[in-house]
Design a protein around this ligand. Sequence first.
Ligand SMILES: Nc1ncnc2c1ncn2[C@@H]1O[C@H](COP(=O)(O)OP(=O)(O)OP(=O)(O)O)[C@@H](O)[C@H]1O
Ligand SMILES: [Mg+2]
Length: 251
Amino acid sequence: MTAPLLEVRGVTRRFGGLIAVNDVTFDVHAGEIVGLIGPNGAGKTTLFNLLTGVYPPSSGDIRLEGEASGGLKPHKIARRGMTKTFQNVALFMESSVLDNVVTGGLLNNALPEARDKARQILDRVGLSAIADVRAGDLSFPERARVEVARALCTEPKLLLLDEVMAALTPAEMEEVIDLVRSLRDDGTTFIVVEHHMKAVMKLCERLLVLNFGELIADGTPTEISRNDRVIEAYLGANFAKKQASQPVETA
Ligand SMILES: Nc1ncnc2c1ncn2[C@@H]1O[C@H](COP(=O)(O)OP(=O)(O)OP(=O)(O)O)[C@@H](O)[C@H]1O
Ligand SMILES: [Mg+2]
């Protein structure tokens, strides 16, 4: 196997007396779509914040393409190719879809090139027809796409999606799943936080499970859905029963 794209080794983050992320270790390889799941407050968003430089880790080591990235500023990490969307969509609501996506392109480009790049990406994710619409006037599925488009405009190798499917209907989730798959086929690697288990299990080939900041499992959706610790901490006995009568569909 090739060297991992992302290496996370013993990463811990404390907020005062609270250990939000506790000694977490895992790798992500190029081309993977990895799901990160766990109960509310488990540390998923905090882990994304550590990976992307919003907060430095209290201890531990993060490497992107073999080079230490832990503790660097977000724009430096984004330039190296790791970026994230924001939980509870943080678009500029008064600006157009195009201008929102252009902000991502400004990381690596001057304005004219950023605009060209943004237009290409809007085309790629199927948003060209609404490029001039005000972000505040968009539906939830359109906002999710714009969030992904803005992050893509930074040209990430590894893109972290934080609950972009929240508030979507099952049919709309299917569309996002298809989009993420096709972007992966074009070369982007993903870590995806979602609470909607059916969507996560369908989209991801591997799942990481956090509980009270600790990584309690790392495996395929089928392995995770049968893991006793995960069932107890997060999925619940009903989920396990349903899965037993209806095998999990994986990619
Ligand atoms: N800046 C901060 N200061 C203090 N505590 C924080 C901070 N950010 C997160 N926490 C705490 O860290 C823990 C993990 O929170 P986090 O937001 O990472 O959870 P999560 O897994 O993303 O949850 P959810 O599924 O609800 O989004 C929580 O107890 C939270 O209150
Ligand atoms: Mg969160």
